[in-house]
Design a protein around this ligand. Structure first.
Ligand SMILES: C[S@@+](CC[C@H](N)C(=O)[O-])C[C@H]1O[C@@H](n2cnc3c(N)ncnc32)[C@H](O)[C@@H]1O
Length: 304
């Protein structure tokens, strides 16, 4: 019989949303101008995440590199720290959808060893760079590849991940269908936890706030998890996401310690003076564009 625990968590920070694939189509004059317009309009759309950058990484101004998609895909630091703390006792942890490193960096600060996989070599380059800023790159084994094939030979203590939600538009749906996590063609949430289950006895999933919770619980039970716990997470008192903590039923493994507190308020450390000054100085679209150009040069330099 599955064990269900509902914990309501309130953190002090804004949301991370979800990724979209980068477009890398070839150039034509017409395409270039429409691409320029698109870049301008996506820049306008993602500018709000630039303003929140210190909540994504408190050490942002020490050299953190994020492309536009990562601006809204990264797990905010306070949430990544919270999830990592649940994993304190685990030796080796895998993030099969590591993105720019929000989760893996916090896991590496706590666990002995972390394996980080992403399909996109650019995301792996960003994650490595960001892990260097936090001094944990040497504790993370970075791999480029499709996790559904690359991860299956691994054996770790836990899989901890934030799979793709399909872009910021996920919020407009009344209910997010769990089959759409990482795209329906991949097999959705069932395929993700089946892959994770083969690799580890415990799985932590960070999923959209509007996901169909009953569907998630049913999928987890169908995939052979007996301890199924979840946290409805609020950030700045606004509903933000759902964290699922799953433990396999075919092992005597100790589950993931989740407090069944109804309301847990975590305080986000406020910005220090230097960060406040830096934010004031750079809180405009010109500085954001300049930053994105720096990231583009970083990719070029690394032949990405
Ligand atoms: C939501 S982002 C992860 C964000 C990350 N947790 C962070 O805090 O920075 C999801 C990532 O999954 C990657 N991805 C999508 N499909 C994948 C697959 N089949 N195998 C490996 N990575 C994949 C995307 O490239 C994207 O970077």
């Amino acid at each position: 019989m599955a064990q269900l625990v509902d914990a309501q968590i309130t953190l002090g920070l804004p949301a991370a949303l979800a990724p979209t694939a980068d477009s890398t189509s070839g150039p034509s004059t017409e395409y270039r101008s429409s691409k320029a317009e698109t870049q301008e309009s996506t820049l306008n759309q993602t500018f709000k995440y630039w303003k929140l950058r210190f909540s994504l990484f408190s050490r942002f101004d020490e050299g953190i590199m994020l492309d536009e998609a990562s601006m809204y895909s990264v797990c905010p630091e306070v949430l990544a720290q919270h999830i990592a703390k649940r994993c304190t006792s685990f030796g080796t942890v895998l993030d099969p959808f590591c993105g720019a490193g929000g989760n893996v960096i916090q896991l590496a600060l706590i666990c002995d060893h972390v394996i980080a996989i992403d399909l996109d070599p650019k995301k792996i380059a960003l994650a490595k760079k960001n892990a260097e800023v936090y001094g944990v790159a040497h504790r993370i084994d970075f791999r480029v590849g499709n996790s559904f094939s690359v991860a299956t030979n691994l054996r770790v203590d836990a899989v901890v991940t934030s799979p793709p939600w399909g872009g910021p538009g996920y919020e407009r749906r009344a209910k997010f269908d769990a089959r759409d996590l990482c795209g329906r063609d991949t097999g959705g949430m069932a395929a993700i936890i089946r892959m994770a289950r083969a690799v580890a006895p415990r799985v932590v999933l960070h999923v959209p706030k509007n996901i169909d919770k009953d569907q998630c619980l049913q999928i987890a039970m169908d995939e052979g998890f007996s301890q199924i716990q979840y946290e409805s997470v609020s950030i700045d008192k606004k509903p933000n996401c759902l964290n699922l903590y799953l433990t396999r039923n075919d092992t005597h493994t100790r589950g993931i310690p989740v407090q069944s507190t109804k309301l847990l308020q975590l305080d986000n450390p406020s910005l220090n003076r230097q960060q406040k000054m830096e934010r004031l100085r750079t809180e405009n679209k010109f500085m954001y564009k300049t930053y994105l150009n720096k990231v583009a040069r970083f990719f070029e330099k690394n032949h990405l």
